[in-house]
Design a protein around this ligand. Structure first.
Ligand code: SF4
Ligand code: SF4
Length: 418
């Protein structure tokens, strides 16, 4: 694909600015009515979904130059999909997220690169992870666990921890806990340990499609060699890649793909995990963008004219994972869920996505603080989510702001109840 393939989307934008807001019939207060961290933070139309489409159109027609300032504006976006979900309430002929992805790919092709992203790519090429940590340490999070080594044995379920959970020492207990619960439930689970590599999700969103495809090939071959019938990941970014980007790139994993919140929910439903212990806690749930609206399954290529592609085959956010984590919370005695105002496909992003955490950390933490304010307004004691990138930036923001909200992963809360 190329920018030219999205000419109709860009020219079709009516500049109504609905992509900057939670859909009007979903708004509960002025305070939490906006949906785009980028345009709220920078307060200039170019930083909205619509503004980026106008910029892309201008570049396509040769009216604008793709210089460093324009690239900077293009990348100050979390790729959260909120603009797209809002636009699709009113329009069925614009695929906004696709335009944003194409714009980034165009930046890479044109050599308009962000230094921090280039550094991340270099680190990835050297160590196979976006954290720039030594590859040899990747499996340390699982030391002492009785999970199988899928490099030498087959397993029914393969657990792909992802880059951040593998290296972020504060978050490692979450994935250890998730695997411990799977083992306790009798699941035949294996991991790749230090041989696990990045899934390629982050660099795809940065526009480095060729490199992302290479990492996808690596994971596909590893899954196939493991014999796994189900691939489980605790990372929401990874989940969206496996569920949407891989099939779209033509990479067939040949197995069921589940986020760990879904898999643990299945174990609870089957009675293989029984939450018995009281966890007296009022919580609010943050829908990670890449588990929710960006985590919709890819529904196949459309052979007809792009403008005729049926709405049911477009990413509009409704088919993301929203109920499974809420059902797990509901199964835990003592837990009370109090919803925020912006939820499900209209959630406010944590701030960390799309390469923002790496290149513009202050902007990422600002967006996370906005979400913490919304969470605190519910009166809940804790914010619970299921994505290492969300948890990392929420913890950073809470430390900076002095927020008293406790931050948990869903697996942490479930483990307390067993
Ligand atoms: S992208 Fe969609 S919602 Fe935004 S201004 Fe254009 S038509 Fe309106
Ligand atoms: S993807 Fe998110 S941050 Fe980027 S323009 Fe859309 S709503 Fe704003």
């Amino acid at each position: 694909m190329a920018l030219e393939d999205y000419r109709n989307d860009m020219e079709g934008c009516s500049r109504c600015s609905s992509c900057k807001w939670v859909p009007y019939n979903q708004i509960k207060s002025w305070r939490f009515a906006k949906n785009c961290p980028s345009v709220v933070r920078h307060n200039f139309h170019s930083y909205s979904g619509s503004g980026r489409m106008i910029t892309g159109h201008s570049i396509l027609l040769g009216r604008s130059e793709l210089n460093d300032d324009v690239a900077d504006m293009i990348y100050k976006c979390q790729m959260c999909g909120a603009c797209d979900a809002a636009c699709k309430v009113y329009r069925d002929d614009i695929d906004l997220t696709e335009v944003l992805l194409e714009l980034r790919a165009h930046c890479v092709e044109s050599g308009s690169l962000i230094v921090e992203h280039m550094m991340m790519l270099d680190a990835l090429k050297a160590e196979d992870n976006v954290m720039g940590e030594p590859k040899a340490k990747r499996g340390e999070w699982a030391e002492g666990l009785a999970a199988k080594d899928i490099n030498t044995e087959t397993a029914e379920v393969m657990f792909h921890a992802g880059c951040r959970y593998s290296y972020d020492e504060e978050l490692r207990p979450t994935v250890r806990g998730a695997v411990q619960m799977m083992l306790a439930a009798g699941v035949d689970v294996g991991i790749a340990g230090k041989e696990e590599s990045c899934c390629g999700a982050r660099i795809y969103e940065l526009g480095y499609r060729g490199e992302a495809a290479n990492y996808a090939d690596d994971l596909v071959s590893r899954v196939k060699a493991s014999g796994a019938k189900t691939l489980v990941t605790p990372c929401s970014d990874g989940y969206a890649a496996l569920k949407f980007l891989y099939p779209r790139m033509g990479k067939d994993l040949g197995c069921e793909v589940m986020h760990v919140s879904q898999f643990l929910g299945r174990l609870v439903d089957e009675g293989r995990l029984r939450p018995r212990n009281e966890v007296p806690l009022s919580v609010t749930w943050h829908d990670p963008c890449h588990l929710g609206r960006m985590g919709e399954p890819f529904l196949g290529d459309w052979a007809g004219d792009k403008l005729e592609r049926p709405m049911s085959m477009k990413r509009a956010g409704k088919k993301g994972v929203y109920d499974a984590p809420r059902d797990v919370l509901a199964s835990i005695p003592g837990v009370e869920l109090i919803e925020m105002e912006r939820i499900r496909e209209y959630s406010w992003c944590c701030g960390a996505g799309g390469g923002v955490y790496e290149a513009y950390p202050e902007f990422a933490v600002w967006a996370a603080r906005e979400r913490l304010d919304e969470a605190a307004a519910t009166g809940a004691e804790a914010l619970v989510t299921a994505c290492p990138w969300c948890e990392r930036v929420f913890r950073d923001a809470a430390a900076e702001s002095g927020s008293s909200l406790e931050i948990y992963d869903l697996a942490d809360i479930l483990l307390k109840s067993l």
